[in-house]
Design a binder for this molecule. Structure first.
Ligand code: BG6
Ligand code: MG
Length: 217
């Protein structure tokens, strides 16, 4: 049986989690409160709209719908300035090696990201061609931890959910993969991602032998 591989983008393939954090932190500071890296863990994998709601809760702010929409725009404008300067050097360690191995083994590969900026980022770092399908923030209505994004990825790969493997750096994403009955692999801190089936600091810690076991199912 064929196994499908679904990759999150921000913080898994590229080092953009830091840019999202920076943009939210600046927004919080402008509204007069702080936003720590620890608080940011709960923002990873979460959609732009849900993130702003969470941030306003942290700062105990109530604003109009109009202001809310304006803040979403300015956050994204700042984020776009950061990613405009990106190149392949911001691909996380050993990601191309893993993608190449999966391609060599003819394993189907999907992107499963909450971001609405996913395709231009993959183009910028020249990894778009590895993906058989892209599911991103433009395709889903329910944000992670809802499994919608990964279930749609599996569907588009034409692989049953139980035969999919998800790589994620966020708590919300691991929960989404678990709810979808997929194998969840955390990329990051094992203490933060303790709900995952497996956790690795980064892709340099994942052996070809382990990948081959996943491919074999
Ligand atoms: C996720 C990030 O991948 O995408 C979140 O982990 C981000 O931090 C979300 O808020 C939405 O991204 P974007 O690019 O549509 O604002
Ligand atoms: Mg992520």
């Amino acid at each position: 049986s064929t196994q499908g591989f679904i990759f999150d983008l921000d913080g898994v393939i590229v080092d953009t989690a830091k840019y999202h954090y920076l943009a939210w932190k600046n927004l919080a500071n402008n509204l007069g409160f702080d936003f720590t890296e620890e608080q940011n863990e709960l923002f990873k994998g979460v959609s732009r709209v849900e993130s702003l709601k969470l941030l306003l809760e942290i700062g105990d702010k109530t604003i109009s719908q109009e202001e809310f929409n304006q803040l979403l725009i300015s956050k994204n404008e700042e984020y776009l300035e950061y990613i405009e300067k990106m190149d392949a050097s911001e691909i996380l360690p050993d990601v191309p090696k893993v993608l190449m191995h999966l391609k060599d083994e003819k394993a189907p590969i999907a992107l499963g990201s909450a971001s609405k900026n996913a395709t231009p980022i993959l183009e910028k770092v020249q990894l778009l061609s590895y993906f058989d399908t892209i599911v991103d923030g433009n395709d889903v209505t329910k944000a992670k931890p809802d499994p919608e994004v990964f279930l749609l990825g599996a569907q588009q790969l034409n692989i049953p959910a139980e035969q999919c493997i998800v790589f994620e750096d966020s708590i919300a994403g691991i929960q989404a993969a678990n709810k979808a009955n997929m194998i969840s692999i955390g990329i990051g801190d094992a203490k933060v991602l303790h709900e995952a089936d497996h956790v690795f600091d980064d892709f340099t810690k994942i052996s070809i032998q382990f990948l081959n076991k996943l491919i074999a199912g």
